[in-house]
Design a protein around this ligand. Sequence first.
Ligand code: M3P
Ligand code: FE
Length: 309
Amino acid sequence: MGIMRLGHVDINVLNIEESRTYYEEIMGLTVTREDKDGTLYLKCWDEWDKYSLVLRPSEEATFNKIAYKVKNDSDLDDLKIKVENYGIETKFLEAGVVTDCGRVLSFTLPSGHSFQLYAQKEFIGKDTGDTNPAPWPFKGKGIKAHWIDHALLMCQGPEAVMEVTKFFIDIFDFTLTEQVTVGPDGCLQAATWLTCSSTPHDIAFVAGEEVGMHHFAFFLDGWNDILRAADVMAMHNVKIDVTPQRHGITRGETIYFFDPSGHRLETFAGLGYLAQPDMPVITWTEDELWRGIFYHTGIENGAFTTAYT
Ligand code: M3P
Ligand code: FE
């Protein structure tokens, strides 16, 4: 079975109190743990594990690492062998080294991103419980984000995108759902979307200048929730990057916006389509690249792919 889903995103933020207010009041997450050094751990109402977001107080707004959850503890042993056979050094961190998690397999992806796999994290449960639950939390705040859905990581050039994509397919058994091809006869992948579930993507990679994080996304039910989320953002003067839109790629319904430190976030709604390992890969050609990203305008937005953390 191997990897099930994105488990948590770990980032540095500039002003921890401003970030706490933002993620709690506007995004609707809850702080579930706070460390003496100021680090905050947060979860969305529809998630059951203790946290999906780690915010560390810092002088710089940077991406630290990303962790995915595997189904069985033994998957970690299997994946350690596969990753090492690929030629990447790994190390096991003992239970508790990564806060409230069991043992963690830690290594650097071929793209240069710090990556971790774990099978166990402290359980808290959904805010609505699991017996005769309400469909949404009455006391939820702001946009009431359901869960952290996916992340899009920036790689150094198409070669790095192609290598990390092949790594996710060969080592983690992910399925390539969509790609942007460039170069002579479209021989290079400038961006890829990969899934380990039945949603269009659990991770994506885009070619840029530097290794970093383009965004991570919060799941919302549908288009009406996207409109309401944009309203809530405007009420709080959140800096919106791209107003409610349709992605050609993944068919997602989206808003891009920034947190107080300048990390780009997304609200992503709709199931897109049923992704299956035997679904034909969807290709976006270089000339229709911006149609793929912003379906309605199809217009290039330079800063969208060049500014990230
Ligand atoms: C998504 C998505 C870029 C495309 C982004 C697409 C950064 O975020 O969720 O499908 O070019
Ligand atoms: Fe996205």
